[in-house]
Ligand binder design. Sequence first.
Ligand SMILES: *Cc1c(COP(=O)(O)O)cnc(C)c1O
Length: 224
Amino acid sequence: MAVNIEKYNEIRKELGRVTLVAVSKTKPNEDIQELYDLGQRDFGENYVQELVDKQAVLPKDIRWHFIGHLQTNKVKYIAPFVHLIHGVDSFKLLQEINKQGAKHDRIIDCLLQVHIAQEETKFGMDETELEEALAATAGLSHVRVCGLMGMASFSEDQAKVRNEFRQLKKLFDKIREWPVVNAEWTLLSMGMSGDYAIAVEEGSTLVRIGSLVFGARIYPDKGI
Ligand SMILES: *Cc1c(COP(=O)(O)O)cnc(C)c1O
């Protein structure tokens, strides 16, 4: 399975100033290196062990984004190097990230995940939880909350997807006015292979694209 360089260049051009996080989960190091050689530096992974293994051998100036559901007991493995943690969905997790950040003498940038899809399966906070988490974060000196992340419904209904992204952008803008927010409140992570164009139109600053660039993922355990 090869990297689709043509598609990659096309997306880069199309995105302009929007950051492309190339989602390399399940993909081999050679594929990552191939994009790296073209200048790509932001890569996203969603399994801790896989991320740790890749980080150890790939170029050190890669900015690794953790985009999956992060368990509290695994923060310590990625804390030394992770560039941005996208899917923070509890204050307890923020506290742990803060603790590990302190251990490594760094401030770890995070995004809070918001539940925007109508589907039950997606993780994320609601507005009240966000407000509480942000207020409490003021006391944490080794984590910096830089914005929001959300996943739209996996749906053919473009109007529905657009509406979910629009709600997230609205919330993002609204929170910017809250006194608890710091000056780094600048990042809105929304959009994947199937819906990134809509996400960008609705104000995304970071898209997370995997299969369009790297090809379909093969999960050995599912045999497909
Ligand atoms: C896998 C994944 C992506 C990329 O998905 P594609 O549809 O392959 O672009 C984006 N965001 C998250 C949170 C993911 O887990």
